[in-house]
Design a protein around this ligand. Structure first.
Ligand code: DQA
Length: 157
């Protein structure tokens, strides 16, 4: 199996509080538990994982731009910025790596304002409602997308 650059797993605001934050919505797994699950998925697939969380929109923009240079794919849970951030949408559109959007909950089944996802406009696909498992599914999808791109012959020349 060909080697690919790492998958960057980026997490937005308030996800550092997982475990104690609205457990009836988000469950009891902590962000550290999810990071361990992501690293297991990466090891299983033979790909490195860079795992980040921030409460700041601009930091996510910087990390998406860095992923454009250093990652084979992005798995992103933009949290509340999913529903508000044109800056994140533009950043995702501005890099030439596939992105998979992940949510622990099923935003479309919650308050109406969560039905809108700017991130989905730039993502290759979205995984919602499976709790932490969604991250493993997202990494699996991201690696398949990255490997498919790598094995595709160069276009245009
Ligand atoms: C979330 C869903 C968002 O609507 C919410 O703002 C979050 C978490 C999720 O993982 O289910 O912070 O992205």
């Amino acid at each position: 199996m060909s080697n690919i650059k790492p998958v960057h797993v980026l997490n937005g605001p308030n996800l550092n509080l997982l475990g104690s934050r609205e457990p009836e919505v988000y469950g009891h797994a902590t962000l550290a538990d999810i990071e361990a699950l992501c690293r297991d998925a990466g090891a299983r697939l033979g790909v490195g994982i860079v795992f980040e969380q921030t409460n700041h929109e601009g930091q996510l923009v910087d990390w998406i731009q860095r992923a454009g240079r250093e990652a084979s794919a992005i798995v992103i849970n933009p949290a509340a910025y999913t529903h508000t951030s044109i800056a994140l949408l533009d950043a995702l559109k501005g890099v030439d790596v596939p992105a998979v959007e992940v949510h622990l909950s099923q935003p479309a089944a919650r308050e109406p304002f969560r039905a809108v996802s700017y991130a989905a406009l730039a993502a290759a696909g979205s995984i919602s409602g499976f709790g932490p498992l969604g991250y493993a599914l997202g990494i699996d999808a991201a690696v398949q997308l990255a490997r498919a791109r790598q094995s595709k012959p160069l276009e245009g020349n």
